[in-house]
Write a protein that binds this ligand. Sequence first.
Ligand SMILES: [Cu+2]
Length: 350
Amino acid sequence: MSKHQIYDEDSLFSRRKLLKVGLAGVSIAGTAAVGRKLLLSKANTSVKIPLLPEDLPNLGNNINPMAICREFDYGTVKQENGRLVREFQITANITHLQLNSLIEFPAWTYNSRVPGPTLRAIEGDWVRVIFSNQAGHPHTMHFHGIHSAEMDGVKPPVSNNKSFIYEFEALPYGLHLYHCHIPPVTEHISKGLHGMFIIDPKQGRPPADEIVMVMGGYDIQETKESLLGLEPGTLDDNEHTKIYAFNGIPDYLARHPLPIYQNQLVRIYLLNTIEFVPSVTFHIHANFFEVYPTGMTLRPTQKTDVITMGMAERHILEFTYSLPGQYMFHPHQDDIAEAGCMGRFTILQE
Ligand SMILES: [Cu+2]
């Protein structure tokens, strides 16, 4: 029997038990679990990070975009046969996201959130992703990176109540992503099935306030029709209404500005998952950033204040604000910024 196959949920449970038994068998290198999931960036530990403002509204959602900014999933760390393994648990499900006071959107989600968890490993780690589908419709996880064809997350489709285990070496270091690859892929990604996958270089990066920003878009045509009491498909197909967001919820970071400290290095992991336009720009006010393309360099290749990104393109941006106050960040295409992809920084005095 191939190790890489679709599991139904009962046999997956047995496999998890088997993994534990197997691990006990190779415990010469130490007990199986040597570290637990860490949720803050390791590069954040020696820098000053503002606390999240109190009473941040969640709009009834599972998580809010500001929490997503600084949340990283390092997996459960194990040693197996002398090798460091990071094990991640991802469940696809349907989550009704309250995008604003009016629009409840039936999102397809990884671990009940949009974007999915920011998975993080170090180059050379062995990554194991235990993917369970509870979303009704077949889905997969396709990772950007280097891996075997059978781990590419295109086939097989993982049906409802089935599971699949993706395994590969974390290569190369950089800022990558994962998303569902079931056609129509645009629909599966824009309904929420996407997330960031960071592979840190072995030597790490300098300490910084590390922030995740995922630009995404939703097609809310059906929601609009239902709000108007119309049958699905009634409105003009060419004029589908789209709304956009940083980290899942439109305008959230504009209404609730993200606090950062002045004179502090900020490192943004920026990913564009907007499927509806060929490219999107990203601009910060009153400052310039250094660009590390696809996160695959250790030195910046340019300095600018606006960068253009195609679909799935992503970069690391670094900057420091010296003057306190509030500054916008947004795509420079006003129609996208004004439809929800808008945010603000609050620069706090040291
Ligand atoms: Cu899918």
